[in-house]
Design a protein around this ligand. Structure first.
Ligand SMILES: C[S@@+](CC[C@H](N)C(=O)[O-])C[C@H]1O[C@@H](n2cnc3c(N)ncnc32)[C@H](O)[C@@H]1O
Length: 264
């Protein structure tokens, strides 16, 4: 079984928006396709698939199995706890569907996902994710089939499906057209090596707590400088290593901090 984008809506509606083809294709190979499909059909990602902006195809590794039990796993040579995903269904699926490369195996040993890595993946046009389960995949898959490995952090999940969902969400929102106001993505935490500044909305006074005066001043340039200063302060407080990584404070950073009487 392979699932692709949900049926497009009638001609003349949003579905014709990307007649030139999707900007990103992601194939996911898994023994639990419904987990990924359910996630990828909801919210912004589901809408982007409907609009033809992003093409997500979920492939069930069991589909290619020929035995009555549709086995995808077996016990490890050498003994020990747990099962291992067999190589045949994985090689056969890849040979049959020819998913876009690079094909990345989800694994705690992989390159850890960051905002910069997500942007790299979004710019590729296409890539594929192989979800492990149990003790993982037969080592020959890692040695002779995949192009690399990707991790979502230093902890161990029961399977790659949730990790695939995280990657799909982080990467797809960086595809132009996916998020209504692309400026909001550019201001997001990590995009410029800083955490994001604080947000406020109505009411202007809530339980006696007001909002910073600059935000209601109508002076857009000053608002932008205040946000910059706040992003610097928040980063220094919560993730000082990010400031160090970008070489500390620039003269322009010091100027906006001084303008708002802030110190870090
Ligand atoms: C229980 S884990 C296997 C862990 C493996 N025995 C180990 O110690 O490295 C099963 C599957 O979940 C996925 N997985 C677990 N943790 C992950 C992480 N941090 N990032 C990405 N995928 C992960 C991988 O696909 C993995 O094959």
């Amino acid at each position: 079984m392979t699932t692709a984008a949900p049926d497009p809506s009638p001609a003349g509606s949003e579905s014709s928006e990307h007649a030139a083809g999707p900007r990103l294709r992601v194939d996911v190979l898994t023994i639990f396709p419904e987990m990924v499909e359910t996630f990828a059909s909801a919210s912004l990602l589901g809408k982007a698939r409907q609009r033809g902006l992003i093409d997500v195809r979920v492939h069930d590794l069991r589909s290619v199995t020929l035995d009555p039990h549709r086995s995808v796993d077996d016990s490890p040579f050498g003994g020990g706890a747990g099962m291992v995903l067999k190589p045949e269904p994985i090689f056969d699926t890849v040979e049959q569907v020819q998913p876009p490369r690079p094909l990345l195996y989800l694994s705690p040993a992989g390159r850890v996902l960051t905002q910069a890595y997500a942007a790299e993946l979004a710019s590729l046009g296409g890539f594929s994710l192989l979800c492990g389960r149990y003790e993982g995949v037969d080592e020959r898959v890692r040695e002779h089939l995949v192009d690399g490995e990707i991790s979502i952090g230093d902890y161990v999940l029961a399977g790659g499906e949730v990790a695939a969902a995280v990657i799909l969400e982080a990467v797809s929102r960086l595809v132009p057209g996916m998020v209504g106001n692309f400026g909001s993505v550019e201001d997001d935490s990590f995009s410029q090596g800083l955490l994001e500044y604080p947000h406020y909305t109505r009411p202007a006074s809530y339980r006696g707590w007001g909002v910073p005066e600059v935000l209601t001043s109508g002076d857009h340039a000053r608002v932008a400088r205040w946000r910059r200063a706040q992003a610097l302060v928040r980063t220094a407080r919560h993730r000082p290593e990010l400031l160090t990584a970008r070489g500390g404070l620039s003269p322009a950073d010091r100027a906006v901090l001084a303008e708002f009487d802030l110190e870090i």
